[in-house]
Design a protein around this ligand. Structure first.
Ligand SMILES: [Zn+2]
Length: 107
């Protein structure tokens, strides 16, 4: 039950219908449904306590790699519509990176 409360506190939703296996309380969280009765939720809860810096560093790497991918795709793309899509994508990745940088610099 403690895990259920923790998941709800982190944005999960308690479901009205109980678990069909054990009758336990089910919580919908990050697109998955967890049973607080027979499933071990400690890993799910613990996974969320990763430091923000670690997540941000990972996200930064992903964004840079995606920027690189999109840029090389754009270089080869001849279709104007697809070029525009790629350019929009690039702008979004870049915007995210910039926002992360601003956040780090602010006190
Ligand atoms: Zn269950």
């Amino acid at each position: 039950m403690k895990a259920a409360v923790e998941l709800v506190r982190k944005g999960g939703t308690m479901l009205a219908e109980p678990c069909s296996k054990c009758g336990g309380v089910r919580v919908s969280y990050h697109g998955r449904v967890y049973c607080t009765g027979h499933e071990d939720l400690s890993a799910v809860v613990a996974a969320e306590s990763v430091p923000v810096e670690t997540v941000m560093a990972g996200l930064r790497d992903v964004l840079i790699s995606k920027l690189n991918d999109a840029a090389s795709q754009l270089a080869q793309e001849k279709d104007a519509v697809k070029q525009e899509q790629l350019a929009t994508l690039l702008a979004k990745y870049y915007d995210l990176l910039e926002r992360m940088r601003e956040k780090r610099q602010s006190p």
